[in-house]
Every structure is written in C-alpha cells, then in structure tokens.
Write a protein that binds this ligand. Structure first.
Ligand code: UTP
Length: 235
C-alpha cells in the first residue's frame, strides 16, 4: 500500500520529537511504500513575517517558506534510517526514484507489496499553496491509497480549537464539504490552516482517502495507517 504523509512543521521544534516520529516512519516503511512531505512550521512563519515587514510580495514570501520546508526535509532525513539521502524537489523525481529502486527482500506485515523500503522525503514545490497540497499532488501522482495529514490538532474543526475551546471536530467530511470549508480561508504565505484550499481541491478530484490526525502521540500515525483513528476522515 502506498501512503503519503504530510508532516506539520510543529514536529521539527526539537530532536526528541523528530526522533520518535522518524522511528515510526522507519517501522512503517518496512511494510508500506512511504513518502513524507515536510512542513515549515514556526521557522517558516518567522522568515515570512520578516520578509513581509521588508515589503516582500506574497510569492517571495512563499519561496522563503518553501526553503524552510526543504530544510526541515533534510532534518527528517537526518533522523531516518531508511530514506533517500536528499529531499526531492519534484514529484516525478520522487516517483521515478521509487519506481527504479530494487524491491526490498523480506517485506513484512500488512500492506506489504514490492518496494525499496526507502522513504522519499520532500518539502515545498512552488508558490501559492502549502505542503498539504504538495502531499495531495504527490499522493495523486503515485496513486497512493492513503494521504495522512499529521498535525498538532485532533482533526478538522469548525473553528480554530486553539482559539475557540468550544470548536466542534468533524469525524468525517466529504471532499466537497472539505472544499467548502477551506475556500473560506485566506491563502497568504504562512497562514495557519489545517488543510489549504488547493490541497482540498486535489483531494476532491483524485478521491484519495485522506485522514487528518494529531501526531503528538506518534502511535496515532501507526494506528491511522492500520485504519484506526480519532481524527477527521475525508472520503
Ligand atoms: P507549510 O506547508 O509549512 O505551511 O508551508 P502549513 O501547512 O500552513 O504549516 P505547518 O508547517 O503545517 O505549520 C509554509 C509556507 O511555505 C510556503 C507557503 O507560504 C506556506 O504557508 N509554501 C510551502 C509554498 O508557497 N509552496 C509550497 O509548495 C510549500
């Protein structure tokens, strides 16, 4: 089974957090064909803010965000045992590397199918969206069965739960409902949205099953891949 994971930038704040997540990815890669797209987090937002204060336009701010997501991709690679040595900067490169690699012998567990056991990691690609959209496009391109959005909240809410304690979580959403929800969001560099509108449209057109979960407990990632989760499912 092919799985693409969008990993929020929050998980790059310290080495311990990243180590735990990386161990889970390494373990999953023994059974599943895995790609991970890394977010830029607070560091990206800091750079974007400084650039904006200097008068930079949104596209330039986006490029700064992309640079930070790629730095985080390198950090994740440093933490992983079974990854390609450099982040990919293009969907096709990532897919081709995977397609041309020799399959790993003795793959085990559920979802095992011939693949190299190596994790493809990539950051941002081009201005106008976030790494959620990158992960959605990559998932579409490699025909992934599952797109997992790993974030620091429990799923998609009707309002930001960090600001509004009474916000209600959606257990399930249709792609159409997801598009309607996300289209209300502002698409500015560095904006804080759980799933960006471009990602929502890609999820809608590709029909890829998508789950948004809280990765603060990395076991949630394993459970979600195995079909058990308490996040928001878009299908
Ligand atoms: P992120 O993917 O980290 O944004 O990209 P996010 O998902 O909102 O944040 P976290 O990491 O989950 O908290 C950071 C910024 O980089 C630019 C955008 O400005 C985005 O807000 N970016 C990223 C792009 O323009 N294109 C990309 O392909 C990726």
């Amino acid at each position: 089974m092919k799985v693409v994971i969008s990993l929020g930038g929050i998980f790059f704040s310290d080495a311990e957090k990243l180590k735990k997540i990386a161990a889970v990815f390494d373990e999953l890669a023994q059974s599943y064909n895995l790609c991970v797209v890394t977010g830029g987090g607070e560091r990206a937002r800091e750079y974007i803010k400084i650039a904006r204060d200097l008068g930079a336009n949104e596209a330039l701010c986006d490029y700064l965000g992309i640079a930070l997501t790629r730095i985080n991709a390198k950090l994740l690679i440093a933490a992983l045992k079974h990854a390609y040595p450099e982040p990919f900067s293009d969907y096709k490169e990532a897919a081709l590397a995977k397609a041309h690699d020799k399959p790993l012998q003795g793959l085990r567990g559920r979802g095992a199918e011939p693949h190299s056991g190596k994790i493809a990691v990539m950051g941002g690609v081009s201005p106008g969206y976030t790494t959620d959209a990158v992960a959605a496009i990559l998932a579409e391109y490699v025909n992934a069965e599952l797109l997992l959005n790993v974030t620091s909240v429990d799923g998609i809410y009707d309002a930001d739960p960090r600001k509004y304690p009474g916000a209600r979580k959606y257990d399930k959403l249709s792609p159409k409902e997801l598009v309607a929800l996300t289209m209300k969001e502002e698409l500015k560099a560095g904006s804080r949205i759980v799933i960006d509108p471009v990602a929502a449209k890609i999820i809608e057109r590709s029909g890829i099953k998508t789950i948004v979960i809280n990765g603060s407990n990395p076991q949630n990632i394993v459970d979600a891949v195995h079909g058990k989760h308490q996040g928001t499912e878009i299908s």
